[in-house]
Structure formats: structure tokens, C-alpha cells
Design a protein around this ligand. Structure first.
Ligand code: ADP
Ligand code: MG
Length: 727
């Protein structure tokens, strides 16, 4: 009598349950059945030993080649060494004082061997090996032998002490007394989408007869995962959409209209279209939840500004949040610039319709801060720009109608909610999220599934193309010299240059290494901002005006460096990725990215978007020691070969693991997505989204589908636990 919630110690005994709990945190039969095999091996097949990775806990199907025994030199006892082979390569398993194993580890016998893969003098070994030998092969009974030969062996993610075959045995024990579960998916849905029942799927994923059964089982289990996430998102959209929000219909005679009449450029078709969507959203009595994605330079700021002006025209305020103080300050500057006579209300020369843009950050003086707080609270500031602390610190507004979050795609659903749902307030401001990282559709549907998305796909005319070249220092060391020479030429032509490093330098051992890609443990440590600035100043770039910018500078220093760079007082800015988002200096035409292989594909694309913002063409050099034909190098070549951000985002997704994409508090907990892949299951996710939307539309609480409601509840509980952990 075993069901989903049966305690493992009752089903399997205390000792086994304790081992499973220690290794995987499992407590119930359901937990165990959700621990799916990683792959399946055929009984006759041997695992290619050459494909093992050092450091991994591996389960290897192999044949015993030979066994040798010798006395230990330093201590009493014997060492038994078994060589196992896949037919081509071999590796060794060492046992101390277990000479008796010689009797069963006979040459020619096959079995599964598990342990941590280590290397000793270019020879692979399994440390603390555990093994299980196959006996069936010796069977003379043809029928039995054939049956076994066709059976697939599930290979589970295992750990020291709990090898794959022990997991298989536990699963077997659970399934043999299995009572069955109530399928959470309504039968009509199962028929419509053509999936197995949950019981059948669980049996087949663990004990398949062939790979076709595995595929059927996976398809069903993927549906569970996709549907759970999509139902939860659909509910959150529904709940959020049901809240009251300040309706801000567009006005013909307001500030927004006056601003547009004076705009020095024509809006692109994309800007107009997205603008229209937003204008409609804002006019409703329910909150807007929209994500606008657009490449760097696609003109998101003016889109956000038009929305904010519409809100101001209804007598309310807008807050604009940036991830850093540097960016907040820059946003405030560019909003004021764009607004021209329409900013600085009350100041000389301002239009009488003008509003006020107030910057509210931690680096203000006490007096400035007091004034800014007053502007926000009195309503005299139509637009308040700051970092996320603005909301988290509970700054009070006279009437906050909209929140714009810029360049913050690493935010989770819960965090987005926390931004808007302020204690004691019933009404909820409109939300506009802007990101420069193109987001593949599957990610948009999951990570940002609570938002409606729109995209700016074209760049305003007049933007210059960016040329990107890889500088492979391992093969062509002289190219680096040439690169610095090129920097000089750029400066002599009156332009400015960024040099980006992955580390600041001078770390006091605080684990500050942020971007290690770790493809090769032997890699030299990356060039740092501080070292490189010194080196360049004393050598290749001697005589140029160098500046240094990184996250460890005090924020007033950061701001002043950025200001000098913007004013053209610095020729070359050596910086970390603080320049990644939002920084806008049109005269900067060249960027050199050191140790470029340490950055992600999308991040490189973002970074290079900083140059070529003016009329002169941009140039980006990706300096790397990565050797030709390695994954790291291929990634760089891909970035160099295209400027299509969506294409690169897809590549990025393929190269990263799902967990990294989803991140914290974003349905990304391992336990949530086990079989569903954001890379491969786009169609299924889209279908699940449509189904979920329909279920929730008909029955927002899912009260007539307790199974579905339970799926969501489980997911939300996991997410909440994760969120609290991180908070
Ligand atoms: P991003 O999407 O990277 O935030 P910005 O909003 O900073 O881009 O816009 C980049 C530059 O392009 C700014 O200087 C902005 O004033 C200008 N810009 C925006 N829209 C247009 C347009 N339709 N035509 C010409 N220039 C534009
Ligand atoms: Mg921007």
C-alpha cells in the first residue's frame, strides 16, 4: 500500500530512507519517483570511458579486464586493482583490504561500476568504487537471456553511498506495492493532448521496455511541469489584472502631446506600435504588466518617457528604477535632456506645462535627499528616478501611477510584485519592464510569463554598424599590440574607447571572481581593471587620458568618472561590466573586451552595444586566449559573426543550463523543471500556456480541478521556500 505521500522509512526501512534523505533530501515515495533516470543503458552496451569527466560521480557499464593484487608497502594489508574496459579504453578501480573481491571480479564479467572519476598520471580511476556485476549473461535459458538483453537499465543521478542500482531497487520496491495516484490532469485534457496517465508515465520513465516508452513517459511528465508553471502564471496574471489601478487615458492637450510635437526625431514604427499598446494599457482601470524588449539603442527610453507623460497628464507620478546608481543618474540626465523645456518645472525657461524629474539615490547629500523626498511626497516631481531601493525603502509618493523598471531582466515574478504591491495600498501602479537582452520565446513565456511582452525590433536610423573581431592571443600574440595601436588611432581621430575586464583586481580573497567560465581549470587568472590600467598607462597607451571604473568605487566617484568620460575628458575607460547596461556616450566608438570568453554570449552582445551609438561606426575587439575550435572560441566567433540579438540569445540559452536561465525564485528550482527543456520544448510550452489560460479563464481558482490546483500549490510552495531562502 504505497502512495505518493508514503514515508520512505515505512516503505524501504529506516536505513535506506536515511541514506536517500541524506543524499537527495527525499522523504516520500513521491520524492523518489520524481527522481528520474538521467539516461538509459542497454545491457550489452559499454559506457565510453573516454567521455567521462574528471570530478563527476559516474556510473559506468564496463567489462573486467584483469585484476591484480599486491601488498601495501607502508601499511599492512593488500591493494586489489581491477582494470575495467569499454573495449577501447580502460580505467582502474582500487580496493583496499578487500582481496576477496578477486573471486568475483573475474576477467570478462560485465557490470556497473560507480564512483568519482579521478585521474592519476593521465590514467582514469574510479575512487571508492561500488559495483554490481551482471549475472544474467551467464544464463543458459535463451528466453530469459533475450528478455534481459533487451531491457534498458535506468542510470540515475547517483551519489557516493547510493549508487544508481540501489536507486533502481528502491524504485522497484516502491512500484511493486504502488496503489496508484489520482491523475491531476483531467481526462478530457489527457485525451486532447494525447498523453499517458501519470501512473503509466511513472512506471515507464523508471522501468521502460524500450526507448519509445521513455519518450512517451517524458512527454507526459513535461506536460505536468509546463502546465504547473503556466497555470501558476495564468493565475497570477488573472489576480493582478483584477486589481484596481489608476486609469490614465491619453489626453490630446497634455504634456505628452506637447512633448511629441517638439520631438527632434521621428519615432520608429516599432516605437509607435509599442507606444500605442502601452497607451491603451494605461487607460484601463486594471494595472498594465508589460515587458518591452529592445536591443541597445532601439530607443526604449523615449517609449518609457511617453508612457510616463501620459500618467503625469492624469495628475499622477511615475517612478523609474535602474539597477545601479550610475544608471539612475544617467537616466535622470537623459530624461531631462529629452524633455528639454518640459523638465525643471518652476525653473527659469521651463515651459508652463513642465514637470520635474527628481533623482533620488543614496549618494545625495542630506539636504538634497530631503528635497527629493519632499518632491516625491508632495507630487511636485512627476518623475522620480532611482534604484530599486526607492521602492524597498518605502519612499512615499503623492500618487504613484506607474513604475518603470529598466534593464532588470534578472528579476523574478515575486520581486516584481514586491515592487508594486505596497503595504496598505489597494490600488496597484502600472508596471513597465524594459530589457535590452533579447529573450527567447520560451524564457519569455516562463520567466516573464506574468507579463505581456512587446519588442522593438528595429534601430532608429542613423545608428552605425558595429564590427566585431576576435583577437586570439594564444595563436596570434602580436594582434594584441596591434589592438592597442588601434585604440590610439581611435583616440587620435577624436573618439573614445572602453576597455572591459572581468575582474577589478586587488581582491582581498573575497571570492570576487565573477565570470569564470571554467572550461579549463588550468586557465591563467584574468586580467584585472587595476593591473591593466597601470600597464596600459605605462606602456601601449602612455600619454592618453585613462580612467578607471568599477563597482567597488564609491558611487560619487563612479558618477564623476562617468561624467568625465561623457564630457570627453577621459580617452580610454578601463572598466568592469558596470558599463554593461544603459551607459550612453555617443563619442565612444571602440571597445576592447579582455578575456572575452569569460562573458556570456548575451552579455558580450550587450557590452558591445555601448559603442557605435553615434554617427561613426563602432568596433569591438574580443580578446581571448581560447584556442580555435573550442566551445569558448566558437562562442566568440558566433558573437563576431552576427549582430542579431535574438539569434545570440538562443545560442546563449543552448549553452547555459536551464537553472542558470531561470535563476532564483523564478520557477527554476531543480525540483520544478526536471524534464522540461526551455531549449527544446517551445511548442509544448506554448500549448501548455494556451491550455492554462483557458482553464484559469473559466475557473480562476481551479476549484473544479483539484488536481491542477494542487499542482500549482506545490509549485508555489516550492517557489516561496526558495524565495525566502534567498531573501
Ligand atoms: P536604449 O533602448 O538602449 O535605451 P535609448 O533610448 O537610449 O536606447 O536610445 C538611444 C539613442 O537613440 C538616444 O540618444 C535616443 O535619443 C535616440 N533615439 C531614440 N529614438 C529615436 C528615433 N526614433 N530616431 C532617432 N533617434 C532616436
Ligand atoms: Mg536604455
Amino acid at each position: 500500500m504505497t502512495g505518493w505521500d508514503s514515508e520512505l522509512d515505512r516503505v524501504l526501512g529506516a536505513k535506506t530512507a536515511k541514506a536517500l534523505n541524506g543524499a537527495f533530501g527525499m522523504t516520500t515515495a513521491g520524492d523518489l519517483l520524481r527522481h528520474y533516470p538521467r539516461r538509459y543503458a542497454e545491457r550489452g552496451e559499454l559506457t565510453p570511458i573516454g567521455g567521462l569527466e574528471i570530478g563527476e560521480h559516474a556510473t559506468v557499464l564496463a567489462r573486467v579486464e584483469r585484476v591484480s593484487k599486491r601488498k601495501m608497502r607502508s601499511r599492512k594489508g593488500t591493494i586489489l586493482q581491477a582494470r575495467i574496459t569499454d573495449g577501447t579504453r580502460s580505467m582502474s578501480c582500487t580496493f583496499f583490504n578487500q582481496a576477496w573481491r578477486e573471486r568475483e571480479l573475474l576477467p570478462g564479467r560485465r557490470g556497473m561500476f560507480a564512483g568519482k572519476v579521478t585521474a592519476y598520471r593521465s590514467e582514469l580511476q574510479l575512487a571508492h568504487p561500488e559495483y554490481q556485476l551482471f549475472t544474467e549473461e551467464d544464463s543458459d535459458e535463451q528466453g530469459a537471456a533475450r528478455e534481459f538483453a533487451s531491457a534498458l537499465i535506468p542510470v540515475y543521478p547517483a551519489s557516493q553511498g547510493v549508487p544508481s542500482w540501489s536507486l533502481a531497487r528502491c524504485v522497484d520496491q516502491v512500484l511493486s506495492g504502488w496503489d496508484g495516484v489520482v491523475d491531476p490532469l483531467p481526462e478530457s485534457l489527457r485525451e486532447r493532448i494525447g498523453v499517458l496517465g501519470l501512473d503509466a508515465a511513472l512506471r515507464r520513465i523508471h522501468q521502460p521496455e524500450d526507448l519509445a516508452q521513455v519518450e512517451q513517459a517524458k512527454y507526459r511528465l513535461k506536460w505536468d511541469e509546463a502546465l504547473g508553471v503556466q497555470l501558476s502564471l495564468a493565475q497570477s496574471r488573472e489576480q493582478r489584472g483584477a486589481r484596481p489601478a489608476p486609469a490614465c487615458p491619453p489626453r490630446q492637450d497634455g504634456l505628452a502631446a506637447a512633448f511629441e510635437a517638439e520631438l527632434p526625431f521621428t519615432l520608429t514604427a516599432g516605437q509607435l506600435e509599442v507606444g500605442e499598446r502601452i497607451a491603451e494599457d494605461l487607460a484601463h482601470e486594471h494595472p498594465m504588466n508589460r515587458l518591452v524588449q529592445g536591443e541597445v539603442g532601439s530607443g526604449k527610453t523615449v517609449v518609457a518617457l511617453r508612457a510616463m507623460l501620459q500618467v503625469i497628464d492624469s495628475g499622477r507620478q511615475a517612478a523609474m528604477l535602474a539597477p545601479t546608481e550610475v544608471l539612475a543618474a544617467q537616466h535622470a540626465r537623459s530624461l531631462r535632456e529629452l524633455l528639454g523645456e518640459f523638465s525643471g518645472a518652476g525653473e527659469l525657461g521651463a515651459s508652463d506645462r513642465a514637470t520635474k524629474v527628481t533623482l533620488l539615490t543614496g549618494s545625495l547629500s542630506a539636504a538634497q535627499r530631503k528635497q527629493a523626498l519632499l518632491d516625491a511626497a508632495s507630487g511636485s516631481a512627476g518623475i522620480v528616478v532611482g534604484t530599486h531601493a526607492l521602492i524597498q525603502d518605502g519612499v512615499s509618493f503623492a500618487d504613484l501611477g506607474m513604475v518603470v523598471v529598466d534593464e532588470q531582466h534578472r528579476f523574478g515574478v515575486e520581486q516584481r510584485d514586491a515592487l508594486r504591491v505596497r503595504a496598505g495600498e489597494r490600488s496597484c501602479p502600472h508596471l513597465l519592464v524594459m530589457t535590452a537582452t533579447p529573450i527567447p520565446r520560451t524564457v519569455a513565456m516562463t520567466v516573464f510569463g506574468d507579463l505581456r511582452t512587446s519588442a522593438l525590433r528595429e534601430l532608429p536610423n542613423g545608428r552605425s554598424p558595429i564590427g566585431t573581431t576576435v583577437v586570439p592571443t594564444a595563436e596570434k600574440p602580436s594582434w594584441l599590440e596591434r589592438a592597442w595601436q588601434r585604440v590610439r588611432e581611435e583616440v587620435e581621430a577624436g573618439h573614445q574607447v572602453y576597455v572591459v575586464c572581468s575582474r577589478v583586481g586587488d581582491e582581498s580573497g573575497s571570492g570576487a571572481r565573477e565570470n569564470t567560465s571554467g572550461e579549463d581549470g588550468e586557465q591563467r587568472s584574468p586580467v584585472t581593471v587595476l593591473e591593466l590600467a597601470e600597464e596600459l598607462g605605462a606602456g601601449p597607451l602612455e600619454g592618453l587620458r585613462l580612467g578607471v571604473l568599477h563597482g567597488r568605487l564609491a558611487s560619487e566617484d563612479k558618477d564623476s568618472v562617468m561624467r568625465s568620460f561623457a564630457a570627453g575628458e577621459i580617452d580610454v575607460l578601463v572598466a568592469t561590466t558596470v558599463v554593461e547596461v544603459g551607459v550612453d556616450v555617443p563619442n565612444a566608438t571602440m571597445m576592447v573586451i579582455m578575456d572575452a570568453d569569460r562573458f556570456g554570449t548575451s552579455q558580450l552582445h550587450q557590452l558591445r552595444g555601448r559603442v557605435g551609438r553615434g554617427a561613426s561606426p563602432g568596433l569591438c575587439l574580443l580578446v581571448s586566449e581560447a584556442v580555435s575550435q573550442t566551445p569558448a572560441r566558437n562562442r566568440l566567433e558566433a558573437v563576431a559573426s552576427t549582430t542579431d540579438g535574438f539569434e545570440l540569445a538562443r545560442l546563449d540559452l543552448q549553452q547555459r543550463r536551464e537553472g542558470d536561465v531561470l535563476g532564483a525564485a523564478q520557477s527554476g528550482k531543480k525540483s520544478t523543471l526536471r524534464v522540461l527543456s526551455l531549449v527544446h520544448d517551445e511548442e509544448l510550452i506554448a500549448e501548455a500556456r494556451a491550455e492554462a489560460e483557458e482553464f484559469v479563464r473559466q475557473d480562476p481558482e481551479l476549484s473544479s480541478h483539484p488536481g491542477l490546483a494542487a499542482m500549482v500549490a506545490e509549485l508555489v510552495a516550492e517557489e516561496r521556500a526558495e524565495f525566502l531562502e534567498k531573501a
